[in-house]
Design a protein around this ligand. Structure first.
Ligand code: GTR
Length: 386
């Protein structure tokens, strides 16, 4: 990989630049986050769901700033029951509240969170209660698949940290007025920070294998998952699913969604300094491969949809290509072969490298088919058996 026109040739050289790369990404795109805060966690519910063979836990992670309680992350944690050993976990933000991820009745409903306008619309169609949204995204998360394959699943509503609306007078933001400046955090950065707070808890949970924490995020939440994982080495693997501009797609190579468009439609996602690059992408002192490179030597599976043109998956493939040599500095395989996979058999026949792009014939969506690819890859890469 090249950094500021110079080829990085040794691992020492690369390692010495990591802090600088993190700083560049936060300063110019996402915005600086606060230091990890003090927190405590309470298990508010723990039930064994015999029929589904799931241990369901609800954990209230209370965050503080000094002595002041700030936000509470309400983590829903689904653990395959009867495991003799700690299990790997997939952690993800959800869009419309924890009860939407599965029809399980025990998932608590909370009325004190801001609901995204699209979730509200869906709720209206279904009779207007939060209860009516239970299981809304069954086919998106396919919890059964995760459980059957021995993976725990942890999720929280993105509104716990910040609602996806054009206002930073809500969520965690009012507690950090000192970050209300050009380079301070906005929503994507705050979500990433929130994911790291869930990791703070997960590494302490005895039923979870702290060396196999996987972050997943779709689209805008994929941008946040990528950022969180890149900055936090406790995360073992990331799936930035269909993450597009500000995620995996190279921003300087004319992605479908330009900086001007994304800044205009979502002025609350990236920091204010990033707005100065609208129409001037070439001036940005980094591109997305700098961020992804921070994942090395950890595995990355980028799942994309061939019909999801808006996410510019051909440009995220370029990101993977640029980052591949950094994996080699660590003595790992980066991309192998073309690095693109479209059939599950390929995981067996031509073993993928540590990073891979999976292309499937879908639009902007998530489903069980993608999960099977992801779990095949995780089985291969996080088994310590290669
Ligand atoms: C789009 C946005 C994308 C992507 C997507 C999503 O409207 O332009 O950057 O994040 O939303 O989150 O589904």
């Amino acid at each position: 990989m090249y950094y500021r026109g110079k080829k990085i040739t040794s691992l020492e050289d690369w390692k010495s630049r990591r802090a600088e790369l993190k700083n560049l990404a936060l300063k110019n795109i996402y915005g600086f986050m606060p230091e990890p805060p003090r927190w405590d966690a309470k298990i508010v519910k723990e039930v064994l769901l015999k029929e589904q063979n799931i241990l369901y836990k609800e954990v209230a992670i209370q965050l503080y700033k000094g002595q002041t309680p700030t936000r509470t992350i309400r983590l829903s944690l689904f653990i395959p029951a009867n495991q003799s050993k700690p299990v790997p976990v997939v952690l993800a933000l959800n869009k419309c509240g924890n009860p939407t991820v599965s029809s399980i009745q025990e998932i608590g409903i909370y009325h004190d969170r801001i609901l995204h306008p699209l979730c509200k619309k869906e709720m209206k169609k279904r009779g207007g209660t939060l209860e009516s949204l239970r299981g809304l995204q069954n086919n998106y998360w396919t919890l059964d698949t995760l459980m059957h394959r021995g993976y725990a699943f942890a999720t929280f509503h993105d509104s716990d940290i910040g609602a996806d609306i054009n206002s930073l007078e809500q969520g965690i933001f009012p507690f950090y007025p000192e970050l209300k400046n050009d380079t301070g955090w906005k929503l994507i950065s705050a979500w990433a920070w929130g994911l790291q707070r869930a990791v703070d808890y997960l590494v302490t949970d005895k039923q979870i294998d702290s060396s196999r924490i996987i972050l997943f995020g779709h689209s805008r939440r994929g941008k946040a998952a990528l950022l969180a994982a890149a900055l936090d080495e406790r995360v073992a693997m990331v799936i930035p699913h269909q993450s597009g501009t500000g995620g995996m797609a190279l921003g300087k190579k004319h992605p479908m969604e330009s900086f001007s468009q994304i800044n205009r439609t979502f002025p609350f996602w990236f920091n204010d300094r990033f707005k100065t690059y609208s129409g001037k992408a070439k001036k940005l002192p980094l591109d997305q491969h700098y961020l992804l490179a921070l994942m090395a030597p950890r595995p990355v599976i980028e799942t994309v949809g061939k019909l999801d043109i808006w996410s510019s998956f051909w440009l995220s493939y370029k990101t993977l290509k640029l980052v591949s040599p950094v994996y080699e500095l660590y003595g790992k395989k980066g991309l192998t072969g073309s690095g693109k996979i479209s059939k599950r058999e390929s995981f067996k026949t031509n073993k993928p490298g540590t990073i891979v792009q999976v292309r499937r014939p879908y639009m902007h969506t998530m489903n069980g088919d993608y999960w099977n690819f992801i779990l095949d890859f995780a089985d291969l890469k996080l088994c310590n058996c290669e």
